[in-house]
Design a protein around this ligand. Sequence first.
Ligand SMILES: C[S@@+](CC[C@H](N)C(=O)[O-])C[C@H]1O[C@@H](n2cnc3c(N)ncnc32)[C@H](O)[C@@H]1O
Length: 347
Amino acid sequence: MQIKEVARKLNTTPRTIRFYEEKGLITPKKNEGNDYRLFTDEEISRLSTILTLREIGVPIREIKKRLENKNMTMSDYLNIQRSALYEQWIEMKDMITTIDRMIEVEQTDQVKHAINNIYELAQHLKNLKKIRKNWQDKWDFDSWAADFDHYIKRDGHTFNVHQDYDEALNRVINTIELASGETCVDIGTGTGNLGAKLLSKGVHVIGIDQSEQMLMVCKEKHPAIETRKGHFLALPLMDNQVDGIISSYALHHLTDNEKLLALEEMTRVLKSNGQICIADLMFVNKEHRQQMMETYRREGNTEAIYSIEDEYYGDRSKLVDWLMQHDYIVETYQFNNILSMIYAKKK
Ligand SMILES: C[S@@+](CC[C@H](N)C(=O)[O-])C[C@H]1O[C@@H](n2cnc3c(N)ncnc32)[C@H](O)[C@@H]1O
C-alpha cells in the first residue's frame, strides 16, 4: 500500500507518517523505480500501534523503546500508560483541591492571615508531590519475580519474616466480608498469593503492583486476576470504585509518611461502606520496636537487625490512629512479634 492509502485507512496524514519515519519508528521500503514508499501489512499494523499510543499520550521516545521490546504486547503498553496517566491525574486533582481551598481561604480569612495560610497550602502541596515522586524500588522486585514463591520460607533461619505467612493470608481473606460480584483490590499483589484466595468467592480481584515482572507471574498463575501496574501512592483506580482493599507483606516498603499517604489513597478509591484489611510487618508501637531491637541486639541476631533496618516496618498504633481519625472502625490482630493485621471498615 502507498502512503496516501495508508493515511486514509488509518485516519491520519501522509505528513504524520513521514514524521514517524524520520524519527525511526517505521522504515517502509521504497519502490526502486519511483521512490514511492510501500507499506506491508506488518508496517501498517505497527503504524496503527504508534498512532494509538500517541493518542493516549505516550511520548515518542517511549514508543520507540517499547516497540524495540518484542516481548511486550499492546495490553502491556496500555497498562503502563494507564498507570502513568493516573499519576498525572492524581497530581492534577491535588492541585485543583488545593486551589479550591486557597480560594476559600482568600475569601474568608483576613488579608494578613490569608497570605500565610495560602503559602502553607502551597507548601503542603509541594510536600505531597515530593512524597509521591520520591518512592523508589530499592529492592528491585522485578528481579525477584520468577523465584518469589520459592523464596517464601515458612520456617528455619534466625529471623524468618514469613513465619505465619499462610495464617496471615488466610485470616485476611476470612476477615474481610465481600460478596460475589464485589470488587476487591490487592495492593502489592506480587505473584497474587493473597488475591487469588478471593477468586473462589466470586469476587472480582484487581491485583496492583509497581513491578511489571511480578504482574506477569501473577497473570500466568491466576489469569482471573485483573492485573494493573500501579503504586500505593497513586492507585490506578477511580474514586469510590472498590468494595474492599487487601494487602500483604507490601506496605512496609513505604516510609511512615508514605504509609499515611497510602491510606489516604485507599480511602479515595474505597466505596462509602468499604473495608481495608492489611497483614504486614509492623511493631505494635514505638516502644515495642525499641524493646524488640534491644532483644535482637542482646541475642546477636544480626539477620533480624539487618532485615528490619533495610525496610520500613510499620508502627501499628500510627496507622490505627490515622484510620480512626478518618472515620473507620478498626480491629487489630497480632500473629507474632513482627507481623500484625489491621482491619478497618468505613463507618
Ligand atoms: C514481599 S512482596 C509480597 C507479595 C504478596 N502480597 C504476598 O504476600 O505474597 C511485596 C510486593 O509489593 C510490591 N510493592 C512494594 N512497594 C510497592 C509500592 N509502593 N506500590 C506498589 N507495589 C509495591 C512489590 O513490587 C512486591 O511485588
